[in-house]
Design a protein around this ligand. Structure first.
Ligand SMILES: Nc1ncnc2c1ncn2[C@@H]1O[C@H](COP(=O)(O)OP(=O)(O)OP(=O)(O)O)[C@@H](O)[C@H]1O
Length: 320
């Protein structure tokens, strides 16, 4: 459904070259739901804009929904839906009219457009709002209207650029219910960016991580977490001396890595923390170390990013 080779985009800014996207190879199969992650400025939106024909690549190739984005941009656009970060609907237009108009723009007849609009408003729970002006909708309703607009021409592939940013947890969950239902009923392939790592983890079947314009990981979330991050094991002890001794003992265990001590707490990472913990506790007990609490924490995608780059994906998110 998506295949790129060496996809690259440079910008010239005040005589300097910004290498926004550097040689991306992307393969997405029909029906997949893929999350595209990366910190601010990593190149996500630039990649999406190239895949949706809004921006020509500097070099490299991309075939999207069966069409070459450079040779056949109109064909590409016919087969895809794109939900950008801004709102797709004008504030003063009425909800149903807006979807009908979009359908007309894609060449549907008036009757077909109306039928399609009614179908989409029903599936996205927007029927009761059909006559309202788009500007009066809540954030979550507005996002659902954007999805209706993006799907009016029955695309096989939907690009979502941060679909749930700015929505509260209830509205996020509701939006996802609708996206998953659409996917189940119509088998749409979804390629999305998101800043919510938990969302990528639970919703996406595959996660691609991009940093400084390059792909640095591409796998199912479980593999990324198990292979790159590992479990976090934390032990608190009765005093700092015990924490120091627990670090020495843990450091001798073959699967333990990144052993650190902070006051009375010793932390480490291990591929299977729950298997390591009983051994560790027995060794600590035998050495007379007084353990107060012990905990195994499953890794998150942020741990994966930290392991890959030494930085947290959450850095710089304060403004979101
Ligand atoms: N039109 C442009 N002109 C110049 N530089 C640009 C342009 N668009 C993007 N860039 C630069 O390219 C790099 C990648 O930007 P891009 O918007 O693709 O990142 P992103 O991963 O989507 O970030 P965010 O999460 O903040 O949306 C950044 O350094 C950005 O400043």
């Amino acid at each position: 459904m998506i295949r790129t080779r060496g996809l690259t985009r440079h910008f010239r800014v005040k005589g300097e070259t910004v290498e926004a996207v550097r040689g991306l190879d992307i393969d997405v199969q029909e029906g997949e739901l893929v999350a595209f992650l990366g910190p601010n400025g990593a190149g996500k939106s630039t990649s999406l804009r190239m895949l949706t024909t809004l921006l020509p690549p500097t070099s490299g190739s991309a075939t999207v929904a069966g069409c070459d984005v450079l040779a056949d941009p109109a064909g590409t656009r016919r087969n895809i839906g794109y939900l950008g970060q801004g709102n797709g609907a004008g504030n003063h237009f009425r909800v149903r009219d807006e979807v009908v108009t979009q359908g007309r723009c894609y060449g549907l007849s008036r009757a077909e457009s109306r039928k399609r609009a009614d179908e989409l408003l029903a599936v996205l729970d927007l029927e009761s709002l059909a006559g309202r002006q788009a500007g009066t909708l809540s954030g979550g309703q507005r996002r659902r209207l954007d999805i209706a607009i993006g799907l009016v021409h029955r695309p096989r592939l939907l690009f979502l650029d941060e679909p749930s940013t700015g929505l509260d947890p209830h509205n996020r969950a509701n939006l996802w219910k609708h996206i998953l239902r659409l996917r189940e009923e119509h088998g749409i392939t979804i390629f999305m960016t998101t800043h919510y790592l938990d969302e990528a983890d639970t919703m996406a079947e595959r996660v691609m991580v991009i940093d400084h314009g390059r792909m640095i990981a591409d796998d199912i979330p479980e593999n990324l977490k198990a292979n790159l991050a590992g479990d976090g094991v934390t032990v608190t002890t009765a005093d700092e001396a015990d924490a120091g001794r627990s670090a020495e003992i843990a450091g001798r265990m073959p699967s333990a890595r990144e052993v650190t001590v902070d006051a009375m707490t010793m932390s480490l990472r291990a591929p299977r923390g729950n298997a390591l913990l009983p051994d560790l506790l027995r060794s600590l007990d035998a050495a007379g170390v007084r353990v107060l609490t012990a905990e195994v924490r499953r890794p998150t995608l942020d741990d994966v990013f930290l392991a890959l780059t030494g930085r947290s994906l959450r850095e710089g998110e304060g403004d979101r």
